[in-house]
Design a protein around this ligand. Structure first.
Ligand SMILES: Cc1cc2nc3c(=O)[nH]c(=O)nc-3n(C[C@H](O)[C@H](O)[C@H](O)COP(=O)(O)OP(=O)(O)OC[C@H]3O[C@@H](n4cnc5c(N)ncnc54)[C@H](O)[C@@H]3O)c2cc1C
Length: 489
């Protein structure tokens, strides 16, 4: 079953790339993209503009260039990679975005090989070390203490499950999907209830859901805000990765090196620092307007912008129906992070876990083991999600960094004077993302099959449009689909 899924991943890649690379003779491919023969295309103008140089945009560009099409990529930031973002100047190269890929990432492993970057196994980073210590208020609790804690709101049979473990565990055990790939099938529309309702059906109280989910929601602002089907889909994808093998891979020296290497392989232009503010279709051509006044046009345009950013771009004629609604309303997860290092290993001094899961303003303290020796803690990502992330953002970077250090020192006196908070990173404050990954609210699963359809000569890709894979693998899945659409296949 899992091997089938792995084969599917590789198979889909082989089908996509194989069909693109050899299925069409070059002139026919160019004609499919431009609506006229390549030689009739206006000299110097691209056949296709790709908007956004994240992984999905770069892969779509490569697939089309491989077919002989002339492609220009336009990117708002001064760098490529989008949500692949490494702090290349800090110890261990901490990742602010994409972390790692599982063994089942057929597309991800393939593109890394093409980029020529060195991959390293990083699964040990996650397996090594004790579980994070739970803090309720200022009280540290071991699993045994938590099971007997008077304020533990979990049902009797689940009292020893830690808050951060409970929801993934229940979703994994009680998923209603026989085949997780069918999560967006209209036949399952009746299952498109909130995660809150799903968890209530598993016997959790509102108080238990608040502690186990709403304090640090994986998707959405709280459990009311996310479809249970999205959690079940993610669970299926994670299970498939685990079944494919225990290894996880990341790029040695930082994941950002991968899109940087891919960008160098582009044959056409890659324009950085060009914020797109309008997309206009007229007379079979699409014109893209940038904030600096520059315009670019082509017969076809692929848009990889997250809908959170696209909703600030004027589109004429306007989109319609569910697609317009999705661009306007699709949710994006607030996540903010502080990167902290410790001068000395305070966790060895106090004998407690370096990791901390708190129900307060400190959020989640996640040890980073990014050195050659996975035993070594190279730093900490302190992470806030949803409302807590918004609170930190309002506090401001300097105040949030100071608060994080003060709270760790208060909870762990052995850390006093030994911590340095280096950088603050908020995905909500990144103007070209305005949130981390997309999420689907209850009742929105039916959007999935509508929101990525081409609108005239404007095509869509990006992680938010993927239906068969999550994260980076989903972004790459969307590039294959959009390349085939542009080629008229
Ligand atoms: C904290 C975090 C952790 C993650 N961890 C993992 C993980 O471990 N495994 C995994 O598989 N996935 C992970 N992901 C998800 C993965 O990084 C994304 O799914 C993937 O990188 C998305 O690629 P994309 O091309 O769809 O979008 P993006 O990377 O967001 O690309 C879109 C591009 O469009 C550009 N853009 C936006 N607006 C404009 C505009 N107006 N004008 C011009 N350009 C614009 C942006 O700058 C960006 O470069 C993580 C993401 C985050 C944020």
């Amino acid at each position: 079953m899992v091997m089938d899924r792995r084969r599917f991943a590789f198979g889909a890649l082989a089908l996509g790339v194989g069909a693109l690379a050899s299925g069409l003779p070059q002139p026919a491919a160019a004609k499919a993209a431009s609506g006229k023969s390549a030689s009739a295309a206006r000299s110097g103008e691209p056949d296709v503009l790709v908007l956004g140089a994240g992984i999905s945009g770069l892969q779509a560009a490569w697939l089309l260039e491989d077919q002989g099409l002339k492609v220009t990529v336009i990117e708002g930031r001064d760098r490529v990679g989008g949500r692949i973002m490494t702090l290349l100047d800090q110890p261990g190269y901490p990742e602010m975005g994409f972390n790692s890929m599982g063994e089942g990432y057929g597309r991800g492993l393939d593109i890394a090989a093409r980029a020529g970057v060195e991959m390293q196994e990083v699964g040990a980073r996650y397996r090594i070390g004790p579980p994070s210590l739970l803090y309720i208020g200022d009280t540290p609790l071991t699993r045994e203490e938590w099971a007997k804690f008077p304020g533990n709101p979990f049902p009797d049979a689940l009292k020893s499950v830690l808050p951060g473990e409970l929801v993934p565990m229940l979703v994994a055990q009680k998923t209603r999907l026989a085949d997780w790939n069918s999560w967006h099938d209209p036949v399952n529309a009746k299952l498109d209830i909130s995660l809150h309702e799903f968890l209530r059906q598993q016997g959790l109280s509102d108080q238990a859901i608040h502690l186990a989910y709403d304090i640090a929601p994986y998707y959405g602002m709280n459990a009311y805000d996310v479809s249970a089907l999205l959690s079940e889909y993610n669970d299926g994808f994670v299970k498939a990765q685990i079944a494919a093998g225990p290894n996880s891979f990341a790029v040695k020296g930082g994941n950002l090196l991968m899109p940087m290497a891919l960008a160098k392989q582009m044959k056409g232009d890659l324009l950085l620092g060009r914020e797109i503010v309008a997309i206009r279709q007229d007379g079979g051509r699409v014109t893209v307007h940038c904030a600096d006044g520059a315009t670019f046009s082509a017969p076809k345009v692929i848009c990889s912008l997250p809908f959170s950013a696209l909703r600030n771009v004027a589109i004429e004629p306007g989109l319609s129906g569910i697609q317009a609604q999705a661009v306007a309303q699709l949710g994006y997860q607030p996540i903010s992070m502080v990167f902290v290092t410790a001068e000395t290993p305070f966790w060895e001094q106090d004998g407690l876990s370096p990791g901390m899961w708190t129900d307060g303003v400190l959020g989640n303290v996640i040890p980073q083991r990014y050195g050659d020796d996975p035993q070594q803690v190279t730093g900490f990502i302190v992470q806030a999600r949803a409302n807590l992330a918004n609170y930190w953002d309002r506090m401001g970077a300097d105040a949030a960094k100071a608060m994080v250090v003060a709270r760790i020192e208060a909870l762990r006196p052995a850390a006093k004077g030994k911590l340095a908070a280096h950088s603050y990173f908020s995905w909500s404050q990144e103007k070209f993302n305005l949130g981390d990954f997309s999420y689907i609210a209850p009742g929105q699963v039916s959007w999935m099959d509508e929101m990525a359809k081409p609108a005239g000569n404007l095509f869509f890709c990006g992680e938010h449009t993927a239906t068969g894979a999550r994260g980076l693998e989903g972004a790459l899945e969307s590039s294959e689909r959009v390349a085939l659409e542009v080629l008229g296949m």
